[in-house]
Design a binder for this molecule. Structure first.
Ligand SMILES: Cc1ncc(COP(=O)(O)O)c(C=O)c1O
Length: 391
């Protein structure tokens, strides 16, 4: 009889993808009574449930094909439906419908990365992207992120010193987790570097529609074949639909289509049909996005006000112009141990180190304002202040 350790059956990759201390702690954030600023999810009260139900009814009545197997690249109408999120009419041959933009991140790494290839990402970055790139054995190169997004000058220095990435991953609008927007000069600089050094820019943009004030920055490298764009319905309609898109050069989209065949054959045809209906009604979609922007904007303001009123100069943060996240620094307070005390006090957030690659940011935290009732921010921040005092 051999030793029956079932974990020995796991692949080396699966064995190294451990649950993190922070994730384990945050299980407590789900307890009743805890005000959670930890999650990165949209508010279910803002899902257009009735419109989704009506669209589902219409598409099912019109064509049983919406329950049939479909094209791996996505139905042509669904590929074109991304137009309002891209800001231009796409060429359908350059678009792939994915099962959430998360699948786009996985597939892009699957087709571009051989073990040990370099992928550049901002430090900090969206954890789901880092996990996807690591699962394909990418060697992550961390570039610092500040209030104006990825510090592209640092990337340039490393490229000049010999760094040769497959791609640079960037969330240019209201980055998860910092809320930062990549400035226009940095966007232009990044495109110049991509063209000079021959890498791709993978621009993941689930939050671009959620701008509450300030002026929108023009998209990265409009028309450049060095840019791959990911869009998603998750933050503007509902993540349960699992519809996202990747737009990029044809050779890349074609390779991703082949990689997607073995992943899931295609994204749900029913979801694609519903999304095509909803985004196809331009007036309704514009009104819907305006309404959710308004609601999230109220929450952003309520959180900023509560932080300023209750914590004053004990906290520093940049007011995010959109998205769902506020990146705050508490000088002299370590946010890892603070989380345990905060949870006891009934409030949750995510310490910055959950999102970092190389950098250690012991005094910083991500606060998500998307799912908190505007009336609860004062209580949430008072609980946080009490936890800080107790630490
Ligand atoms: C930056 C970023 N990219 C991608 C995703 C995944 O989105 P989707 O639901 O489209 O897969 C998220 C989810 O929170 C995100 O924050």
């Amino acid at each position: 009889m051999h030793d029956p350790d079932p974990l020995a059956l796991l692949s080396a990759t699966a064995r190294t993808a451990k649950s993190s201390v922070i994730r384990d702690l945050l299980e407590h954030a789900k307890r009743p009574g805890v005000i959670s600023m930890a999650g990165g999810i949209p508010d279910p009260d803002l899902f257009p449930v009735e419109e989704i139900a009506r669209a589902a009814g219409r598409v099912l009545a019109a064509d049983r094909g919406v329950l049939q197997y479909g094209l791996t690249s996505g139905e042509v109408g669904a590929r074109m439906a991304v137009a309002p999120l891209l800001g231009h009419e796409p060429d359908p041959e350059r678009v792939l419908v994915t099962t959430g933009s998360q699948q786009g991140l996985d597939l892009v790494a699957k087709v571009l990365v051989d073990a040990g290839d370099v992928v550049v990402a901002g430090d900090p970055s969206y954890l789901g992207a880092l996990q996807a790139f690591r699962s394909h054995h990418a060697d992550l190169e961390a570039i610092p992120v500040d209030e104006a997004g990825m510090v592209v000058d640092v990337l340039e220095e490393r490229l000049e010193a010999g760094l040769r990435p497959s791609f640079v991953y960037v969330v240019a609008n209201f980055q998860n987790p910092t809320g930062a927007v990549l400035s226009a000069p940095r966007r232009a600089h990044l495109v110049r570097l991509a063209e000079r050094f021959g890498f791709l820019i993978v621009e993941d943009d689930p939050y671009g529609q959620l701008r509450y004030d300030g002026v929108a920055v023009a998209p990265i490298g409009e028309g450049s074949d060095h840019v791959v764009r990911m869009r998603s319905t998750s933050k503007v309609l509902a993540p349960g639909l699992r519809v996202g898109w990747t737009e990029g050069p044809r050779w890349l989209v074609d390779a991703m289509v082949i990689a997607k065949q073995s992943a899931d054959l295609h994204t749900s045809t029913l979801s694609q049909a519903i999304v095509t209906e909803l985004l196809g009604d331009a007036d309704w979609f514009a009104d819907h996005v305006a309404a959710i922007r308004h609601q999230y904007g109220i929450r952003r303001d309520a959180l900023c006000e509560a932080l300023t009123t209750t914590l004053g100069d004990r906290i520093s943060f940049q007011r995010p112009e959109g998205g769902m996240f506020l990146w705050a620094t508490l000088p002299g307070v370590e946010t890892m141990p603070l989380l345990a005390t905060a949870l006891e006090n009934g409030v949750a957030f995510v310490p910055a180190d959950a999102f970092t690659i190389d950098a250690h940011r012991p005094h910083t935290a991500r606060l998500s304002f998307a799912t908190v009732d505007p009336e609860d921010f004062t209580t949430a921040v008072e609980r946080l202040a009490a936890a800080i005092d107790a630490c």
